[in-house]
Design a protein around this ligand. Structure first.
Ligand code: HEM
Length: 396
């Protein structure tokens, strides 16, 4: 292969392949949950490609945006509807896959040393993805797009001293308006995707340096990695291709038959700044955090602090849970706390769509307390485990 030799001389691609794929060993004791990182990359590519096609017809102008999506793309352009459904379903599925990827990381203690930077770069990716979804949701300029943006930007008003000016600066107007749409457009299609791609590269680099964790959470020494692992390419990737194929069947089933789950019916009405919808709620993936915001219904300020904390606390997990035992498989107390946390997250997600009045208001409050209880329980569980280990328990 003359061309490969030519490239190799200039870019050392054989060495690169060796370091990144052929001599990179993945532990044998991992399960299908370790495929979710690659699934996220697949969905990211799907979102970027479908987004580029949508961009060819979308008009970032408050007078034209709604029709450019609901008429031009959905009705006039051939297969425009397909790209829109792929993009909308892709955004929803991205968060499902992300939550599972993060849940796997929490359960198996993949945020613990030496993977703190893998966790931090990953968490930054989650925040970036949330910002990308939020800015993208305004673009169709429907009623829910408009009022979700109006509600969330209003939250910044509560920041002491600079709050009221900051909101006007973010919106570029006193209310969400054309200026908001164009700046959200710029963030959604250029700035955030570029940053996402860059941070993804750093995240993967960090994973490559420290290697993957495993179901038992026991680190494999460098010299035993070859013996106790399988080469990333082609052995591990062959499994990944299988998982990707099953995932794509599920994904396109959603795109063709269940696409409406990713589209709010209220958003098929054009944005109207004079008419507030009876209930304003975000897409399903933000509902749990939104419910924490509303959970403290007796104090808006407390709700806002709780909301910011709920978004940021998981980032500090490497310093909150310092138990030397990594995997949840070997941590009975942690296992209980983890599953209560997962159930509570689902509970908050369900409540987030219901009106926050009467019993629902109180349930939201209790659900929010349980959310924070997890982060209070972790240092206590860690201490108990540490003491057990000191007493000579052979847990890991
Ligand atoms: C654009 C978003 C992301 C992409 C493309 C991505 C990609 C990947 C890939 C390919 C891997 C290696 C395979 C695997 O273990 O699944 C990985 C591992 C990991 N990721 Fe992500 N990830 C993203 C977001 C996140 C987020 C939001 C978190 C958590 C806050 C996170 C935390 C981790 C951790 C801890 C590992 C190491 C897991 C282990 O070895 O057990 N990632 N990621």
């Amino acid at each position: 292969m003359k061309f490969i030799d030519w490239l190799d001389e200039r870019l050392a691609i054989r060495q690169l392949m060796k370091v990144m794929l052929l001599e990179y060993y993945v532990p044998k004791n991992i399960n299908f949950l370790w495929s979710f990182g690659v699934l996220i990359m697949l969905v990211l590519i799907i979102l970027i490609v479908s987004g580029i096609f949508l961009l060819m017809y979308y008009k970032p102008d408050a007078n034209l945006a709604f029709d450019s999506v609901n008429k031009t793309i959905m009705m006039d352009v051939e297969f425009g509807w397909l790209f829109r459904h792929v993009h909308a379903v892709g955004a929803s599925i991205m968060f499902l896959v992300l939550f599972i990827h993060m849940g796997r990381g929490i359960y198996y203690g993949s945020f613990k040393p030496p993977r703190e930077l893998v966790w931090l770069t990953g968490y930054f990716l989650f925040i970036l993805m949330a910002a990308t979804a939020f800015t993208g949701y305004l673009l169709p300029w429907g009623q829910m797009s408009y009022w979700a943006a109006q509600t969330i930007t209003t939250l910044f008003e509560k920041i002491p001293v600079i709050g009221p000016d900051l909101v006007i600066w973010i919106r570029g107007n006193y209310i969400v308006a054309d200026a908001t749409l164009t700046r959200f457009f710029a963030l959604h299609v250029v700035f955030l995707p570029l940053l996402l791609i860059f941070v993804t590269v750093v995240h993967l680099y960090a994973v490559r340096i420290v290697g993957s964790n495993n179901e038992d959470g026991i680190e494999i020494p460098k010299e035993e990695k070859k013996k106790k692992g399988i080469p990333f390419w082609p052995v591990f990737m062959s499994k990944e291709f299988f998982v990707m194929s099953v995932f794509l069947i599920f994904f396109f089933w959603l795109v063709f038959y269940k696409f409406d789950f990713a589209m709010d019916p209220i958003n098929f009405t054009p944005a109207n700044y004079l008419q507030t919808p009876p209930h304003i709620y975000p897409e399903w993936y933000f509902l749990a955090f939104y419910e924490v915001l509303r959970g403290f219904f007796f104090s808006q300020n407390l709700g806002l602090i709780a909301f910011v904390l709920s978004m940021l606390l998981p980032m500090f997990l490497p310093w909150i849970d310092k138990s030397p035992i990594k995997s949840g498989n070997h941590r009975p107390l942690f296992k209980i706390a983890f599953w209560i946390f997962v159930l509570d997250f689902i509970f908050l997600t369900v409540l987030g769509k219901l009106p926050p009045t009467g019993l629902y208001g109180w349930l939201g409050f209790v659900g929010s307390l349980v959310f924070f209880a997890f982060f209070i329980a972790l240092p206590i569980i860690s201490r108990i485990e540490r003491k057990e280990l000191e007493r000579g328990g052979n847990k890991q």
